[in-house]
Design a binder for this molecule. Structure first.
Ligand code: PEP
Length: 252
């Protein structure tokens, strides 16, 4: 079902104590002042998932991993499987973030396995896509994002596709303070929705939550979220400050 979602991505930030304190602060603020119809998600480091899931009011705040193993279990030293993630109380997994694609060479093939395992375990993948600056400057961003989707989530059945969330994050806007204009974001999200309609059907396209991510802040969230195809945001830097994160949640 199409939902408004504001998901924080803490990345490799916060000690366990800091993470628990931040999660409690967010949970309290959301309970007191948070918009009721917005799904709030905290994407924490693996080490924090269980503690954060215990610290927050899970009826108002959901917990997400930022990655998962591409195998269900076994001899994969250092990996964290989807069933391990699920056992912490987390219900979402961010997959295909551009930082993982770039620094950890995550390919479409690997992502397909991760998406499938996440869905099989009943968790919701937040699947990230988006182009680098050179691609945007060459004017080929639509073709690039289309290929990313075709190589991965467009391989899903209609039923499974209906369970995922998409996050469009232009790489040139991530952590740079350079947000896509609301028109640029709207144009891409509308394009993605049209692709979904073509690949599946209008109903699945209309029901899919598609988020924007990239230097989203209290100053620009309202303008971005007012666009018809933007169903919320994946928030990096601003999710590390509870007040800023709440302001983004309440930007609707
Ligand atoms: C992100 O990393 O998903 C992100 C959107 O980061 P930021 O908000 O800091 O640009």
């Amino acid at each position: 079902m199409r939902k408004k979602i504001v998901a924080g991505n803490w990345k490799c930030n916060t000690t366990l104590a800091e993470g628990i304190a931040l999660a409690k602060q967010v949970s309290n603020l959301v309970a007191e002042k948070g918009a009721k119809d917005v799904v709030v998600v905290l994407g924490t480091p693996f080490t924090h998932l269980a503690s954060v899931a215990t610290a927050v009011d899970l009826s108002r705040v959901s917990v997400s991993a930022q990655n998962c193993a591409a195998e269900a279990k076994g001899a994969f030293t250092g990996e964290v499987s989807v069933s391990m993630i699920q056992s912490t109380g987390a219900t979402y997994v961010i997959l295909g973030h551009s930082e993982r694609r770039e620094y950890y060479h995550e390919t479409s093939e690997t992502l397909n396995k991760k998406v499938a395992l996440t869905l099989a375990q009943g968790l919701t993948p937040i699947y990230c896509c988006g182009e680098a600056l050179a691609i945007r400057e060459a004017g080929t961003e639509n073709a690039f994002v289309k290929k990313q989707l075709e190589e991965t989530v467009f391989n899903l059945s209609a039923e499974d596709f209906g369970k995922i969330v998409i996050a469009y994050e232009p790489i040139w806007a991530i952590g740079t303070g350079r947000t896509a204009s609301s028109q640029q974001a709207q144009d891409m999200l509308s394009f993605i929705r049209q692709l979904i309609a073509k690949k599946y059907n209008q109903n699945i396209a209309a029901e899919c939550s598609i988020l924007y991510g990239g230097s989203c802040s209290p100053a620009n969230a309202q303008e971005l979220f007012s666009q018809p195809d933007i169903d919320g945001g994946l928030i990096g830097g601003a999710s590390l400050k509870a007040d800023d994160f709440l302001a983004i949640i309440n930007a609707y």
